[in-house]
Design a protein around this ligand. Sequence first.
Ligand code: FAD
Ligand code: TPP
Length: 575
Amino acid sequence: MSSTELTGAEIVVRCLAEEGVEHVFGYPGGAVLYIYDAIFNQDAFQHILVRHEQAAIHAADAYSRSSQKVGVAIVTSGPGVTNAVTGLATAYMDSIPMVVISGQVPSTAIGQDAFQECDTVGITRPCVKHNFLVKDVRDLAETMKKAFYIATTGRPGPVLVDIPKDITMHKCAFEYPKAVEMRSYKPVDKGHSGQIRKAVQLLLSAERPMIYTGGGVILANASDELNKLVDKLGFPCTNTLMGLGAYRASSDKFVGMPGMHGTYEANMAMQHSDVLIAIGARFDDRVIGNPKHFGSHARKIIHIDIDPSSISKRVKVDIPIVGNVKDVLHDLLAQIDAAEAAGTRPNQVALGSWWKQINEWRGRQCLKYAPSNEVIKPQSVVEKVWEVTKGDAFITSDVGQHQMWAAQYYGFDKPRRWINSGGLGTMGVGLPYAMGVQMANPDATVACITGEASIQMCIQELATCKQYHLTPKIILLNNRFLGMVRQWQQIDYGSRYSESYMDSLPDFTKLAESFGHVGMRIENPADVEGALREAFGMKDRLVFMNFITDQTENVWPMVKAGKGLTEMLLGSEDL
Ligand SMILES: Cc1cc2nc3c(=O)[nH]c(=O)nc-3n(C[C@H](O)[C@H](O)[C@H](O)COP(=O)(O)OP(=O)(O)OC[C@H]3O[C@@H](n4cnc5c(N)ncnc54)[C@H](O)[C@@H]3O)c2cc1C
Ligand SMILES: Cc1ncc(C[n+]2csc(CCOP(=O)(O)OP(=O)(O)O)c2C)c(N)n1
């Protein structure tokens, strides 16, 4: 063991350096001042000072989603932690690997209602994969190693390390462990070969197969394997909101997103398939609709997931395969090759009639909308963003109608390009997500598609963007309504628009300018493309585009809550 003695604060910084961390998002306060002092004296990573702790966690979360790195954030005790909770819960619901360090009051003061004390471990327990309270500086380095290990292995997720202030000034010898061993935590990556063999038999005998993929494919970096599988089998493929980009949207095998705002053809194919293979997707209620209705159609289900507790949680499956998508798909592809070499191939006749049926469903053109020369249609803005960025931008979004239009109309061909909050559905993520993406991908084109309500939830981060020269393009689809709420009120609550209209909005152009950015207001449909080209041309400026859009536009198709997957409303004529 090395004889160098370091303070706890220095150990934190050294551990981050050992993990190869290059960026840390955070906000200082009393309990983390020793850590911030150690940060002052190092140059291994850059610290990004946000304007609100919620944004630190969101930015670190998107940093991780858009790269393969672990997002790291630091917050102080008490209000620093409580401000971070929304960010933690958001990352946890979408299984995002992150390490969050929180300051705690000195260990001798814990439980005494000390200034800025809160029960961080208790408050965050249900919204992190794991958390630690460090009670002895000699445990700190190993705890940090465990935090990174737990966050990134198995089903990923955020891990929090709570460090009392006195621990950050205590000293001990520092050595960073090369590996950690935990008796009770042994994630399995490799799938059972017998189960994979059964899956191959079922897939190759299917008449109406469907490949349903989700966020797990992206988290596993298994997009190449998925593209190979779909192309080899020639089966239809749908990606959940969290899986967009895992299989390329430009392929004719891609039938769109499934679920509440999924395409007609994806939902019909999900329901009427005879063999469904779910790959890193968790049968979310927004995807399968009413589970009884989903179960009313008999089909065989194969489910690949790294988390055994995800399997048969919402829908009973026939062939469970516990393992990492990348490893399992690798083995599955090898077994398909072997079966094909032995003469077993997908049933081409059956597959031909299945595609005929799917193409008939496709013929409904469920994403078609009425264009207008009078008022800007939000869908048309997203389509133009795709054209102007050549489909190659990182797109972050907030939560609401704009999020669904971004998902439906920006065809993602690559993984980790679509960054949004699916599980918790957290308004306010869009701008901090754009910051995190830009820090991880400094040369990339980054756009945030947002709503006027969502953007106001973390609007202060425009200052962080200025300080660190972050230049995402903000595409505000401004309908002057909490649009998604208004849509539900129109459809389910007799058009009683209770508290969903915002009477007072800031002048977004002036607001952007006051933060030192460029602001634009676009009201005329004829100006949309020109404005976007001008904005994306300003590579070194953050441009805030306020598009005044059709107030009454709804997101279609829609499966109402509690309804079956095929009981879709395709437009206002179905109301
Ligand atoms: C307004 C709104 C509307 C929405 N509408 C829709 C909609 O119409 N359609 C839709 O699809 N979603 C919709 N969602 C999102 C929805 O709420 C869920 O977040 C989403 O459907 C879940 O996606 P997923 O099944 O891919 O799971 P994820 O949450 O991405 O979970 C991934 C799964 O993969 C597993 N996994 C992780 N890593 C690995 C690995 N390495 N190997 C194997 N398995 C792994 C995990 O254990 C987990 O089970 C909407 C959200 C909002 C906010
Ligand atoms: C933090 C938070 N509070 C409330 C909600 C519920 N909610 C979902 S969408 C929405 C309206 C969003 O409005 P806006 O950002 O303007 O987007 P639009 O739907 O108009 O595109 C609300 C209030 C939420 N998802 N997150």
